[in-house]
Design a protein around this ligand. Structure first.
Ligand SMILES: NC(=O)c1ccc[n+]([C@@H]2O[C@H](COP(=O)([O-])OP(=O)(O)OC[C@H]3O[C@@H](n4cnc5c(N)ncnc54)[C@H](OP(=O)(O)O)[C@@H]3O)[C@@H](O)[C@H]2O)c1
Length: 246
């Protein structure tokens, strides 16, 4: 698994309480290769392997990111897998917009904060651990609907635009990170429609066989990461290993 990384590598998974994040932590732990897995979530820890450090913080806040930075304390990170993302939140009346009249400034701001700003601030928080001469993969979950080139359907303004901004933040960080670590690979990844809370309200429209389990997706995304090399840093891939246009 992830042969590009050294044996006993250190992984940080954010959104580790979400459907895909949790599956990724479980998949990592099925291998002997990771030596330390920092599972970051707002929820109570669920992983009990001795290699796991559960960190219960909200990294969408400055304080949460500071606590994560303190925990890592500048030690090298080989895998940063960000599985945080927001599409709908009934308690806050957030749901994908169908038409212009549905747009709401506060909702848009929340979506941008969680989906675009938080991922790049995570990289900012952990940059000293990503610098150096060690191989490092920084992968963050985007969504195909964030592809500007691929947008034929419209709708879902805030989610789409925040994922497009996510991709631009990552692509911009690539240029800088390449100066700090020639072995860093930064990737935007599309998991495919996955059976989690995020997709739950929209699953009835998913064609037969196209709703994936989180475990399948974690396995596929590990394979996609495994196939990448530093000259592909800053690219956008789907679960099947096909590139997606920005
Ligand atoms: N499921 C799909 O079909 C699909 C399709 C395309 C892209 N994606 C992307 O894949 C990623 C993972 O999604 P998922 O399907 O695993 O969804 P999920 O089960 O809802 O997990 C998302 C996680 O993001 C974190 N999060 C969400 N809202 C937050 C908020 N307001 N403040 C702080 N943290 C928040 C939470 O992490 P903690 O609970 O650990 O705190 C949450 O569990 C997302 O970026 C999503 O956009 C999913």
């Amino acid at each position: 698994m992830l042969d590009y990384l050294p044996d006993q590598f250190t992984a940080v998974v954010t959104g580790a309480g979400g459907g895909i994040g949790q599956a990724m932590v479980n998949r990592l732990l099925e291998s002997e290769r990771p030596g330390r897995v920092i599972a970051v979530s707002r929820r109570d820890p669920e992983h009990e392997d001795s290699r796991v450090e559960n960190l219960k913080v909200d990294v969408t806040t400055e304080q949460g990111r500071r606590l994560l930075g303190d925990r890592v304390n500048g030690d090298p990170i080989h895998l940063l897998f960000n599985a945080i993302g927001l599409l709908h939140d009934e308690r806050r009346a957030i749901s994908p917009e169908k038409r212009l009249e549905d747009l709401d400034a506060e909702t848009l701001s929340t979506l941008f904060h969680v989906n675009a700003i938080t991922p790049v601030l995570l990289i900012q928080t952990l940059v000293n651990s990503l610098k150096g001469r060690h191989p490092a993969i920084i992968a963050s979950l985007s969504a195909r609907v964030g592809s500007i080139g691929d947008n034929e359907l419209g709708g879902w303004y805030g989610y789409r635009a925040s994922k497009a901004a996510h991709n631009m933040f990552l692509r911009t960080a690539v240029v800088e990170l390449a100066r700090y670590n020639r072995q860093a690979i930064v990737l935007s990844l599309h998991p495919g429609t996955t059976d989690t809370g995020l997709s739950q309200p929209f699953q009835s429209r998913v064609p037969e066989g196209k709703l994936f389990t989180p475990d399948f997706v974690a396995e596929r995304l590990l394979a996609v990461m495994e196939d990448r090399r530093p000259d592909e840093s800053g690219s956008f891939w789907d679960w099947a290993g096909k590139p997606i246009p920005f």
